[in-house]
Design a protein around this ligand. Structure first.
Ligand SMILES: C[S@@+](CC[C@H](N)C(=O)[O-])C[C@H]1O[C@@H](n2cnc3c(N)ncnc32)[C@H](O)[C@@H]1O
Length: 214
């Protein structure tokens, strides 16, 4: 559990440098992945752990309302600034993905990019996604994951503790595909991809969709 000092000091630095730290990965492919994934969101949309709001630019006119959830107040402050710069359908909700204060079956789409690595309890988060999606609603995700290569996965295990300290709780060795497939959501599609120009421990990526309540 990170201390209040860690949150106040490093949490603030992390939120401040986040966009710059990701700039190369964004330019070398992840921005296109965001655009293709997030562009599929329709209707009432809720995003988990929206961070500084790098997905905002990719939502289409098919989105009638966008609720950007984010539990970290340093990130939430940056997110609010991006929203204020011109997205009338969007609002920011300071909430952790394990317990989101919204009604059952009240959203058409839930989006998660690079969040299931960091949440405290991914199994509970996926149950929460299923709860808040209407039957047939879509869960759209792009998440970095445990490597399929045993050698690379061993390195992820070795480096997980120090990586997690650096990256505000991110666990680089989580088998998130397995967690999604084991959840109550129905997996429609998972494809493997890679994050580029970023630490090798977070390069393996999955991108996909799952459906609620069918
Ligand atoms: C690597 S950042 C990803 C930010 C953004 N989704 C993106 O694609 O750039 C991980 C985010 O998850 C958030 N986070 C951490 N714990 C969380 C939780 N329990 N529920 C929801 N979000 C959480 C962090 O505050 C951070 O904004």
């Amino acid at each position: 559990m990170p201390s209040a000092t860690y949150d106040a000091v490093w949490g603030r630095v992390f939120a401040t440098v986040y966009d710059a730290a990701f700039a190369l990965a964004e330019r070398r492919g992840f921005r296109d992945i965001r655009r293709d994934l997030v562009g599929r969101a329709t209707g009432r949309v809720l995003e988990l752990g929206a961070g500084t709001g790098l997905n905002i630019a990719h939502y289409s006119k098919q989105v009638s309302e966008l609720v950007l959830t984010e539990p970290d107040w340093h990130m939430a402050a940056k997110l609010r600034k991006r929203v204020e710069r011109g997205l009338p359908v969007a609002s920011v909700l300071e909430a952790a993905a394990e317990s989101i204060p919204v009604d059952d079956a009240s959203f058409d789409t839930v989006v998660s990019t690079l969040v299931l690595c960091t949440v405290r309890d991914p199994i509970r988060v996926l149950a929460e996604v299923d709860r808040i999606l209407r039957p047939g609603g879509a869960f759209l995700f792009a998440e970095h994951v445990r490597s399929a290569s045993p050698r690379a996965a061993r390195w992820q295990d070795r480096l997980n503790r120090s990586w997690s300290w650096y990256a505000c709780g991110c666990q680089c060795n989580r088998d998130t595909a397995l967690t999604i497939e084991g959840s109550s959501l129905r997996t429609e599609e998972i494809r493997e991809d890679r994050l580029r120009w970023i630490s090798p421990v977070v390069r393996p990526l999955i991108v996909g969709t799952a459906t609620s309540g069918v």
